[in-house]
Write a protein that binds this ligand. Structure first.
Ligand code: NAD
Length: 343
């Protein structure tokens, strides 16, 4: 059994905790929280041991009637690996603690690639992180792009990637984020940080990205143009992407016209938290003009990185080969069923 600690129990951390618990070869040692809010209460109700991330705040947990199992350092010491899902920048601060206890750790996409030993995407560079101390599971957008780029590069070669990322302003619970009624070029200057981030996975890839932010919370939308070295048919590209393990090529008949309908499908399919772990690629949008591929894909920012974190745990600890891990993760989470079967 791999003993996994989770430091930071918010949007990503709570999903990672549930996904770890679902794996046949892993168990959750506990989760660390800074304060006794509804998520701390949920963690306790789910039977996760709760650790205090900040020692001085322990009395707050006592006042709220929430039992603690110890301090975050004890969690780190008791874990074979820690998934750090703290807000951006805090993971980098925590890295020193993980090194001190000699516990490998996964940081998330909000952290700077400079602070880690390697960046990770299960489809693209699984084998590169074994025995690394601190690894970064790349962001939701970079994960979505990497899953698309890897098979295309292998099958056809890639000359250049150009992508416009229409990003949700915030997650559903982030009431302070925006815009509320605007469409923002974000960042205004090119390239957006996404292209360089994809280069942490594909160092030699020629990629330009543009970013926008819109008043939405559901998903990100990518408008993708990739100049391939070969000239496959659109049908061949579609079939290639349908064969991938973490893509959902949306069939024409199904009536999914946007992120809202995809989320509704995820709810109907009984997905936990209406999560969509796969890239959602509109089949009709897959088009070839000469060697130029065009398509639209939607990315569920809160959940596409969750199976990647699970695979990264096995990859860092050398516990499974890529294919074995991805199959195990998908089966345990239910990723091979529901949405995927509909196509
Ligand atoms: P979040 O704010 O939802 O959750 C972070 C949690 O960590 C909160 O519960 C917060 O109270 C807690 N926390 C704060 N300081 C802490 C500390 N010192 N020790 C322990 N816990 C602490 O954030 P999130 O959206 O889950 O993001 C976490 C990371 O994942 C970031 O790097 C982010 O960029 C990345 N990420 C987020 C998304 C997304 O869309 N939400 C997608 C992919 C990657």
């Amino acid at each position: 059994m791999i003993h996994v600690g989770i430091n930071g129990y918010g949007t990503i951390g709570k999903r990672v905790a549930d996904a770890v618990r679902a794996q046949p070869d892993m168990e959750v040692v506990g989760v660390a929280k800074t304060r006794p809010n509804f998520e701390a209460q949920t963690a306790v109700e789910k039977g996760f041991d709760l650790y205090a991330a900040i020692e001085e705040r322990k009395p707050q947990f006592e006042e709220a009637g929430i039992d603690l199992a110890g301090d975050v350092e004890e969690l780190v010491e008791a874990s074979d690996i820690v998934v750090d899902a703290c807000p951006s920048g805090i993971g980098a601060d925590n890295a020193e603690m993980y090194r001190e206890y000699d516990t490998p750790a996964l940081l998330q996409g909000g952290e700077d690639s400079e602070v880690v030993d390697g960046s990770f995407n299960a489809r693209s560079n699984y084998d590169t992180v074994e025995d690394a101390d601190i690894v970064r599971v790349v962001s939701c957008n970079t994960t979505g792009l990497s899953r698309l780029i890897a098979p295309l590069q292998e099958a056809y070669g890639i000359e250049k990637v150009r992508t416009t990322l229409v990003r949700r302003g915030g997650d559903p619970a982030q009431s302070g984020r925006g815009p509320i009624n605007d469409i923002l070029p974000n960042p205004v200057s090119l390239p957006s940080h996404h292209g360089p981030d994809v280069n942490t996975i594909f160092p030699d890839l020629d990629i330009d990205t543009l970013g926008l932010k819109v008043p939405a919370t559901l998903m990100h939308m990518h408008s993708v143009n990739i100049t391939l070295e070969d000239e496959p048919t659109a049908e061949a590209v579609r079939s290639l992407l349908e064969d991938e393990r973490r893509t959902f090529v949306i069939p024409e008949w199904i009536g999914l016209d946007g992120a809202g309908a995809i989320k509704e499908l995820a709810q109907d399919a009984g997905r936990p938290r209406a999560d969509i772990w796969e890239n959602c690629i509109w089949g009709e949008s897959i088009s070839m003009e000469g060697s130029d591929l065009y398509l639209f894909q939607a990315i569920h920012q809160e959940s596409d990185v969750i199976p990647e974190n699970i695979d990264a745990i096995r990859a860092v600890l050398g516990e499974a080969k890529q294919e074995e891990s991805v199959v195990m993760t998908n089966e345990a989470m239910g990723l091979d069923t529901s949405l995927g079967q509909i196509s």
